[in-house]
Design a protein around this ligand. Structure first.
Ligand code: GLN
Length: 493
């Protein structure tokens, strides 16, 4: 019999192995995690809903399949799903008032794959409304709290998923990353988070924010679990027209990476990091040099100076178009009291959307309007292409590009809410990579003097996802000895 008192400290792969070996049933495991999530969520606000009924139904089905002799890669593994991904029969809120009462009539491709692989849906997690933000403070249901310090934001927009994993409410969670929304909260919460190459993972069933940038990916305690989850969710999907046709299947048993001779690029002029982040970065570089890695400075001037400008034209433009479907007719909230159809649209959107979403829709509508399209949107697309070219040229010279994930560690609630541009600057290191569509992840590499986690971002060339995860695993092993004993208070609860 397995010790059922400490299941929350197990990795996803360890749970799957116990369930496959019939040393633990998916049902026992599910009861444990549902009880834990139910007990601790009021302190953390990680979940918008805990899906007990669905979870237990799925667990019964997994136990039956295991008894019949099936082996499942995620047998009985509890997972949390960001609440902008549709799970059939559950509410999808996008942490917005405008979707009040909406129950998803269909299943996203990623979740369909997860359930087929034996995973169990513990619940839907909180986010910045429609994934617009870097702190979860833009959620209509209140922010999630960082388990390392409850006075700090967990990052965003996938903050709820990051908190759920960091506080060991689940070993795995899905997020979505448009400009940094998996990597930055992973960094703030001291866990691992992976944004695959654009096109690796189907977006079918993800509520679109900026379709040319959105990508689903996993959070976990370590890189091996990121790989395990990615292996299940990646692959071509005819229901997403931007899904890549020839995706090499990820494998769990790739050969180990030798850090000796690994060529690591540092982007010249990428600056503005706080002193503790800068120190952690320097220490990490030294560790890699000691292993024989070779560093190269990369000149990528547009990625440094223009990426944020480009992103804040392209992403709001796409958002203004994507969010026009929320008008009170087909989904969720319907504003009352309007005298005609247009008035109904207006009251619905006025009441239903929060301030940040309205700001993005206005910026996007402006950038796309006649007369400004060429000056803003078209120009932004041209610069985006040039940024992609800078990365392509860089990867002719290096295997990996390294930087801190975020300029600073988790900040106080309210400290950036009054100034949208201060919030946007959270993503200076993640956004250039997103514009280029590259695979990128964040791993924990240290702590600041306040005991808040610091993440490092590793980025590889397009479709080198397997290689990237292998390099990250090697780095993680190197860092392990310096991180021993660091646990947030929730690990022991
Ligand atoms: N923080 C960025 C934004 O507000 C990125 C969000 C995301 O990746 N979804 O748009």
């Amino acid at each position: 019999m397995t010790d059922l008192r400490k299941l929350h400290l197990l990795k996803a792969r360890e749970i799957a192995s116990l369930v496959n070996l019939q040393q633990l049933t998916a049902t026992e495991c599910t009861h444990y995690f549902l009880a834990r999530a139910t007990e601790l969520n009021p302190k953390l606000n990680a979940f918008n809903q805990i899906s007990g009924e669905l979870a237990l139904k799925q667990a019964t089905a997994v136990d039956k399949r295991i008894k019949e002799g099936e082996k499942l890669p995620l047998a009985g593994v509890p997972i949390a799903i960001k609440d902008n991904i549709n799970v059939k029969g559950l509410a999808t809120t996008c942490s917005s008032k405008i979707l009040a009462g909406y129950i998803s009539p269909y299943e996203a491709t990623v979740t369909e794959r997860l359930w087929a692989a034996g995973a169990i849906c513990i619940g839907k997690t909180n986010l910045d409304e429609f994934a617009m933000g870097s702190s979860t403070e833009h959620s209509a249901f209140g922010p999630s709290l960082n388990p390392w310090n409850l006075n700090k934001v967990p990052g965003g927009s996938s903050g709820g998923s990051a908190v759920a994993v960091a506080a060991h409410l689940v070993p795995l969670a899905l997020g979505s990353d448009t400009g940094g929304s998996i990597r930055q909260p992973a960094s703030f919460c001291g866990i691992a988070g992976f944004k695959p190459t654009y096109g690796m993972v189907s977006r079918y069933g993800l509520v679109a924010f900026a379709s040319s940038l959105d990508q689903i990916g996993p959070f976990a305690q370590d890189v091996q679990d990121l790989l395990l989850c990615s292996m299940v969710i990646a692959g071509h999907d005819p229901r997403d027209s931007t899904s890549s046709k020839d995706i090499a299947a990820l494998s769990l048993t790739e050969p180990k990476i030798d850090l000796k001779g690994l060529k690591v690029g540092i982007i010249e002029g990428l600056s503005g990091f706080s002193a503790p982040v800068e120190a952690c970065f320097a220490a990490f570089k030294e560790t890699l040099v000691a292993q024989g890695a070779e560093f190269k400075t990369l000149s990528m001037p547009l990625s440094i100076s223009q990426a944020l400008n480009v992103y804040y034209i392209v992403a709001p433009s796409e958002a203004s178009s994507n969010l026009s479907r929320f008008d009170g007719v087909r989904y969720g909230l319907r504003g009352q009291g309007g005298k005609d159809l247009n008035a109904m649209y207006e009251t619905t959107r006025q009441e239903g959307f929060g301030a940040e979403v309205k700001r993005r829709i206005m910026i996007g509508s402006y950038a796309l309007s006649a007369g400004y399209y060429d000056a803003y949107y078209k120009k932004a697309l041209q610069v985006r292409k040039a940024i992609g070219d800078e990365f392509a040229a860089a990867f002719a010279e290096v295997d990996l590009i390294l930087s801190p994930t975020s300029p600073f560690t988790a900040f106080d609630f309210g400290s950036k809410s009054a100034d949208p541009t201060a919030m946007y600057l959270c993503d200076i290191a993640t956004i250039p990579v997103s514009l280029a569509g590259l695979p990128s992840l964040s791993i924990n590499a240290g702590f600041d003097p306040e005991n808040l986690p610091i993440g490092m971002q590793l980025t590889a060339a397009a479709f080198q996802d397997q290689q990237l995860l292998a390099m990250a695993k090697a780095c993680e092993e190197l860092l392990a000895s310096t991180l021993i004993g660091r646990q947030n208070a929730f690990a022991n609860v």
